[in-house]
Design a protein around this ligand. Structure first.
Ligand SMILES: Nc1ccn([C@@H]2O[C@H](COP(=O)(O)OP(=O)(O)OP(=O)(O)O)[C@@H](O)[C@H]2O)c(=O)n1
Ligand SMILES: C[C@](O)(CO)[C@H](O)COP(=O)(O)O
Length: 240
């Protein structure tokens, strides 16, 4: 008897302004090796056979997606124009749109700003979460630097035990309805909302322990101007 395939959708967050990157257009539209960053990100999910549907959350004011990205990715990707002021709000609004039509579905939330994501990384997260029957999980990399804790951004208060520290990446994979309910609850309180910087953090707040799946440094988040060249390097390496 054939088993029913697990339903997995990708939600790519592309409603940010990219202020730290300092580009004229939001950074997700800057070309990397001749193609807008967001196209690289979307194509990785479109080509990955563990993902059945791909959605992108945009700012309601976005004037560039239809011109710069849609012609290159086609209509298999659905744009949802409900982005909010913070990443968490953008994700929550988009999940609210998807929740009605998606029962028993996993969602992989991913940053448009991580264009070097590869199908093999996506599949690793998918397989480990499902094989271990986890509540959900995220790609993350162990810290390689010694990590200092400061309360005033001037002096060191202490050194943290880096063996216990991981840098969170995306995608992060959870049941869509569970994540939506947790995010909706958390965002009601401004103080709690301020600490919700990824999907795992809201699930931790809800009392569960997401699975850490070891990722790759290549899956960097393009944040500052110097990151564009680094992302181009990794994209070239991965195509080689
Ligand atoms: N209100 C927001 C803010 C961010 N994002 C998305 O979340 C991802 C990670 O956020 P970050 O790198 O912080 O992007 P920006 O918020 O655009 O950057 P900055 O903070 O420098 O303005 C990005 O793909 C960004 O488009 C989003 O969908 N909605
Ligand atoms: C979700 C994230 O990519 C995990 O590292 C990251 O937190 C998003 O960036 P932001 O600057 O916190 O929006």
């Amino acid at each position: 008897m054939s088993q029913a395939k697990t339903s997995v959708v990708a939600l790519i967050c592309a409603a940010g302004q990219g202020e730290r990157a300092g580009t004229p257009l939001p950074k997700q539209y800057k070309e990397l090796n001749g193609v807008p960053m967001l196209v690289h990100t979307i194509m990785a999910f479109l080509k990955c056979d563990v993902v059945q549907e791909v959605y992108v959350v945009l700012s309601p004011k976005d004037a560039w997606y239809d011109v710069l990205v849609a012609p290159l990715v086609g209509d298999a990707v659905k744009a949802i124009r409900v982005g909010g002021e913070t990443r968490a709000q953008s994700v929550c609004h988009a999940l609210g749109v998807l929740d009605d039509s998606h029962d028993d579905t996993w969602v992989m939330v991913h940053d448009a700003a991580r264009p070097c994501i590869q199908g093999s990384f996506i599949k690793k997260l998918h397989d480990e979460v499902l094989q271990r029957d986890a509540i959900g999980g995220l790609l993350a990399v162990p810290m390689v630097d010694t990590v200092k804790y400061s309360e005033d951004e001037v002096q060191v208060k202490k050194t943290l035990d880096r063996k216990k520290l991981w840098a969170a990446q995306t995608p992060q994979m959870f049941k869509l309805d569970v994540l939506y309910n947790a995010l909706s609850d958390a965002l009601v309180d401004e103080t709690i909302a301020a600490g919700i910087t990824d999907e795992a953090s809201v699930m931790e707040w809800a009392g569960v322990s997401p699975l850490l799946v070891q990722g790759e440094v290549a899956n960097l988040k393009v944040t500052y101007p110097h990151d564009f060249k680094l992302a181009e390097f990794w994209l070239t390496q991965m195509k080689a």
